[in-house]
Design a protein around this ligand. Structure first.
Ligand code: T3D
Length: 266
């Protein structure tokens, strides 16, 4: 099935290539810092993915030398800027929810520094690959704020509570190499290789059985909030669902016939 034409945006690029959508934050002159418009557009981009079943994987990346420098601090000083709690509830939190609720995997191609809410965007991806010069920075303490946009929940689960506390309280940046050591990124690659590495990972994800990928993402997500008992029961429920799909039958047939599977989402 062909994907619908890509919607138009002014602060990001939204490109579809086969079953993969690539969202590129594109305000490089401000290190892709997030304005009201870019937050609204980013949410709209994830909504466009959610509405398009032909897209089976997403790459999120940034243009230029940064992934995203978080809230645009120049815009924050404008007299009509929303109060911080409203800005989080109305603009940041919906993006993080949309990313975590999306039933397609998101590959974060972390091309440079990911700071503040930009780091949270990276944490909300399902798989992260980093360029050698990339880093993660909870730059909140320096401006008298607390980590937000899901960072206090996501980061300890990704790197462990001790490293998360160091990053959150002391504002220590995490280099790409250390991010790999702590399991935050799956791989560090030379910057020029990053787009291709991210594309290969996304294409691979897009070739898997869509319902199984969706329910694996959900099972991993829900397992964070419950005990082993609820995980066992959820796995049984989800497995019952994917076990009844044509893709499961096709997967077994392909294995036995020693060929690549042709998954259709049925
Ligand atoms: O609405 C709300 O406020 C609530 C939500 C809050 C969520 C948040 O994200 S709060 C955290 C906001 N982000 C930050 O505090 C990070 C600020 N930026 C930095 O710490 C550094 O720029 C970086 C560590 C990201 C990169 O450092 P460096 O030395 O590589 O670059 P630079 O020279 O500092 O920045 C280059 C340009 O980008 C510079 O502009 P200029 O001087 O060339 O015209 C700089 O002002 C601009 N820039 C960088 N970050 C931001 C930014 N402009 C606006 N907002 C930014 N966040």
């Amino acid at each position: 099935m062909a994907a619908a034409p890509a919607p138009a945006f002014s602060t990001l690029r939204y490109e579809i290539d086969g079953a993969v959508a690539t969202i590129t934050l594109a305000r490089p002159e401000a290190l892709n810092a997030l304005t009201v418009t870019s937050k609204e557009e980013l949410l709209r981009a994830f909504e466009a993915v959610a509405a398009e079943p032909a897209i089976r994987a997403v790459v999120l990346t940034g243009e230029g030398r940064a992934f995203c420098a978080g809230q645009d601090l120049k815009e924050r000083l404008e007299p009509d800027a929303s109060p911080l709690d409203a800005e989080l509830r109305d603009r940041y939190n919906p993006i993080i929810r949309a990313m975590r609720a999306l039933d397609r995997p998101i590959v974060g191609a972390i091309n440079g520094v990911a700071a503040g809410a930009g780091a949270s965007l990276a944490f909300a991806c399902d798989v992260r690959i980093a360029a050698e010069g990339a880093s993660f920075l909870l730059a909140f303490g320096r401006i008298g704020l607390i980590p937000d946009s899901g960072a206090t929940w996501l980061l300890p689960r990704l790197v462990g509570p001790a490293k998360a506390a160091e990053m959150a309280l002391l504002g220590e940046p995490l280099s790409a190499a250390d991010a790999e050591r702590f399991g935050l990124v799956v791989r560090v690659v030379p910057g020029e290789r990053l787009p291709e590495e991210a594309r290969v990972a996304a294409v691979r994800l897009a070739g898997l059985a869509p319902r199984a990928v969706a329910l694996t993402k959900r099972a991993l997500e829900e397992a964070w909030t419950g005990g082993l008992e609820s995980a066992l029961e959820r796995e049984a429920r989800f497995q019952g669902e994917v076990g009844a799909t044509a893709d499961h039958v096709e997967g077994i047939a392909a294995f036995l016939e020693k060929r690549a599977p042709r998954f259709t989402g049925e």
